[in-house]
Ligand binder design. Structure first.
Ligand code: ZN
Length: 292
C-alpha cells in the first residue's frame, strides 16, 4: 500500500512515501514558513505521489478531540503564524483519502512500537528533550488521549538544591520543559548543551530533573519501556546518570521488574531518528485500516 507520512515540525516538514512494512520510497524536507506558503507545497507533494492514506505527526498543541469543532487545528503554539490553523481540514479539503492525525511525540512512540525496539510491547513512554520537551504515551495498546492531549513535558519539578535558575517555561517556570529542555540549559548556562561537556553540575542537575519526570511516569503508567530522544540526550554519560538517579529516587519501591535491567529499560530511540516519520507512516496505515 502507498502511504504518505508527514512529520510536521516547527522548523521543517518531512514528507515521505512508504508502505506498511516501514520501507520508504521517497522523502523530502520542506521548511516550515507560514500556512499560506507551506500548506500548498505539502498538498502538492502528496497529490503528485498518489498516496492512498496519510499519517500526520504534528507539532502542538493540537486539538485531537474528534467531537470538537476545532478537531485537527493547531492551538496556542509559540509558532505564531500557525495559531488556530485548521491543519487537518486544509489537507482533507484537497486530498480525499483516510488520514491519521496525532502529536509528533505520539507519532514517535507509535513508530517505536510499530517498527522499532518497542515492537510487541503495549505500554511505552517516549520523551523528547529538544528545544522543548514532549512526551508520547502508548498505553494498553493504543495512544493516550484524554479530554485533550496530555502535556507530560510540563509536569512540575522539585528544585535541585544547587539550582537557582528561574525556569524557561513562561507558564510554570519550574516544570520539566522549563528546567531540562535544551532551551533551559542554554539560558541557564549561557551555552548550548552540546558545549557543556566540561560542566559537571549542569549534567547533575539535568539528570535530576529527568529522573524526577521518569519516576513520575513509571508510577503513573508503569511502562514496559521508556525511550528518550532529542538533541540533549546525546551528551556523553547522561544516560548513566539518569539510570542511577532513577534507581535512587525510586528506592526499590516500583514493582516494575524491568527496572532490574535499567540499561534496557530507559533507552535511546532505535530508528536512527526516523521514529517520527515512521510513526506518521503507522498513523496513515492505521487510518486506512480504520476506514475499511
Ligand atoms: Zn511548563
Amino acid at each position: 500500500m502507498k502511504i504518505g507520512a508527514l512529520e510536521a515540525g516547527g522548523t521543517k516538514m518531512v514528507c515521505a512515501v512508504g508502505d506498511e512494512t516501514g520501507k520508504f520510497t521517497d522523502r523530502v524536507s520542506i521548511p516550515t514558513e507560514s500556512p499560506e506558503i507551506t500548506m500548498p507545497k505539502l498538498i502538492e507533494y502528496f497529490k503528485s505521489r498518489d498516496v492512498e492514506a496519510l499519517g500526520i505527526g504534528c507539532f502542538g498543541p493540537i486539538d485531537l478531540n474528534r467531537k470538537s469543532e476545532t478537531y485537527g487545528y493547531i492551538l496556542k503554539t509559540t509558532k505564531l503564524k500557525w495559531i488556530d490553523f485548521d491543519f487537518l481540514g486544509t489537507m482533507k479539503k484537497e486530498l480525499d483519502i483516510p488520514m491519521g492525525f496525532d502529536t509528533d511525540v505520539n507519532g514517535s512512540v507509535l513508530g517505536e512500537v510499530t517498527f522499532g525496539q518497542a515492537k510487541g510491547l503495549d505500554t511505552v513512554v517516549y520523551i523528547t528533550i529538544g528545544t522543548g520537551v514532549g512526551a508520547g504515551v502508548y498505553i494498553n495498546g493504543r495512544l493516550l488521549h484524554g479530554a485533550a492531549h496530555p502535556e507530560a513535558g510540563h509536569i512540575l519539578m522539585i528544585r535541585h538544591p544547587k539550582d537557582t535558575y528561574e525556569g524557561w517555561c513562561p507558564y510554570h517556570g519550574i516544570c520539566l520543559e522549563g528546567m531540562a529542555s535544551g532551551s533551559a540549559m542554554k539560558d541557564r548556562w549561557g551555552r548550548p548543551a552540546s558545549e557543556l561537556t566540561d560542566n559537571d553540575l549542569a549534567w547533575e542537575i539535568e539528570a535530576d530533573y529527568l529522573a524526577q519526570a521518569i519516576t513520575a511516569f513509571i508510577y503513573t503508567y508503569a511502562p514496559q519501556k521508556i525511550i528518550i530522544g532529542g538533541g540533549v540526550m546525546h551528551s556523553p554519560g547522561l544516560f548513566e546518570r539518569i539510570h542511577s538517579e532513577v534507581l535512587k529516587k525510586d528506592n526499590h519501591y516500583a514493582s516494575v521488574k524491568e527496572l532490574d535491567d535499567i540499561k534496557n529499560y530507559i533507552v535511546l530511540p532505535s530508528l536512527n531518528d526516523d521514529q517520527g516519520i515512521m510513526g506518521a507512516l503507522a498513523l496513515g496505515y492505521e487510518a486506512a485500516k480504520e476506514s475499511r
